[in-house]
Design a protein around this ligand. Structure first.
Ligand SMILES: Nc1nc2c(ncn2[C@@H]2O[C@H](COP(=O)(O)OP(=O)(O)OP(=O)(O)O)[C@@H](O)[C@H]2O)c(=O)[nH]1
Ligand SMILES: [Mg+2]
Length: 368
């Protein structure tokens, strides 16, 4: 049996991993390649899975822990995708607050399942506005030091650094990022892309698909600081029932909820890493609307939108912010109660801090 490609695209929360993988999946499908996607989260009810399904791609979701800590589930997910139609390419999105993926996922996969998978280099995506602040090149609200440690470890372990969303920055900002990265990370491949407009996308994706991961030593990492950094972020995944007597504009509803939530996070002085919501109407059409907000000072942005008004359906709400999970839940509940009590009711909520990462395998060296 020939090897399937295993492409893992990392990057911090909100960097554009799902958007990029869907664009790559579309490109590969146009080239008659069969693709299967694997999404990952600390809890169930994933916006990302809903988005991938809306693109009509086969998807397996690993919920309840990251790839590194649920390594066997990663193989199970690939096996499940194989049952339907064996993919030529697996596209995997790790949790955006995870790092040390080369030692705990890529090397173990190659060593244990190297006959099945050809593993491409780890690409790490960056949101340029976030990166400018993390690198100290621009003022603005930022994460605490331990969260920045996780971010910088993600950057350090990348074989390719991929600055995404270049449609959002000007030439000066791009030049300043480029200079910083070339000076501080001279050994890395560097790409500037926009997964939205397609600029630079082929340069990166063609290189990636034709490459195989390297054999370098893995980076050193302090799991105590990493665990503290991850635990500084609060997570909330919820489903909310939509029931309205009058038909309502679902796109407007999403904008309204997201901006009210965003205002509360700003008032509380909490940095939002990524807030994302989908609305799936109960009309059976399979159409969805989605909204995202990456950072407290950014205006929430509608991604997918609905053509028709809705009377019933379901929201999936995923919030990751540097705040205690109880505070995130209170912000969600008070927003729903204060402004949407007539039409929205909370169905299911999980809110927590990620536990200490305990990888199933860790191969610090390159053997394999
Ligand atoms: N302007 C612009 N926006 C983008 C681009 N790529 C992604 N986005 C937007 O960035 C936001 C986050 O994108 P996602 O693809 O959900 O990011 P992610 O890295 O998967 O986020 P997590 O799964 O939460 O870690 C969404 O609003 C996307 O539409 C881009 O190239 N340009
Ligand atoms: Mg995602």
């Amino acid at each position: 049996m020939s090897q399937a490609k295993y492409i893992m695209v990392g990057g911090f929360l909100g960097a554009g991993k799902t958007t990029t993988l869907i664009r790559l999946a579309e490109k590969l499908r146009d080239q008659s390649q069969k693709v299967g996607l694997i999404t990952n989260d600390q809890a169930a009810d994933l916006v990302d899975t809903a988005l991938v399904k809306a693109g009509n791609f086969p998807v397996e979701e690993i919920a309840g822990g990251c790839f590194c800590c649920r390594f066997n589930s990663l193989k199970d997910a690939a096996d499940n995708l194989n049952k339907a139609e064996r993919p030529d390419v697996f596209l995997a999105e790790p949790v955006g607050s995870c790092t040390d993926l080369v030692a705990t996922v890529s090397y173990p996969l190659r060593r244990i399942y190297g006959d099945d998978f050809r593993i491409t280099p780890l690409s790490v995506l960056m949101d340029p506005n976030r990166a400018l602040r993390i690198f100290g090149l621009q003022e603005g609200r930022n994460f605490s030091e331990k969260v920045r440690y996780v971010y910088l470890k993600q950057v350090e372990e990348a074989e390719a650094l991929v600055v995404n969303k270049i449609d959002l920055i000007n030439d000066e900002e791009k030049a300043s990022l480029e200079k910083y990265i070339l000076e501080n990370y001279p050994d890395k491949k560097l790409f500037f892309i926009s997964s939205r407009t397609g600029e630079g996308f082929d340069d990166w994706s063609d290189w990636l698909c034709a490459s195989e991961m390297g054999n370098g030593e893995c980076m050193p990492i302090d799991y105590d600081i990493y665990a503290d950094g991850e635990a500084a972020l609060g997570w909330l995944n919820a489903t909310v029932e939509v029931q309205s007597k009058e038909s309502i504009d679902g796109n407007g509803l999403l904008k309204d909820i997201a901006s009210k939530l965003a205002a509360k996070f700003t008032d509380a002085g909490r940095e939002v890493a990524h807030l994302k919501i989908t609305l799936s109407p109960e009309d059976g059409s399979g159409e969805i609307a989605s909204i995202n907000q990456v950072g407290s000072e950014v205006v929430p942005e509608l991604g997918m939108s609905l053509l028709d008004d809705v009377t019933s359906g379901q929201l999936i709400v995923n919030i990751r912010a540097e705040a205690h999970p109880d505070e995130i839940k209170t912000i969600l509940e008070s927003t729903l109660n204060d402004s949407f009590a007539d039409s929205l009711s909370l169905e299911h909520v999980e809110h927590f801090k990620p536990g200490r990462p305990v990888p199933t395998h860790r191969y610090a060296g390159s053997a394999g």
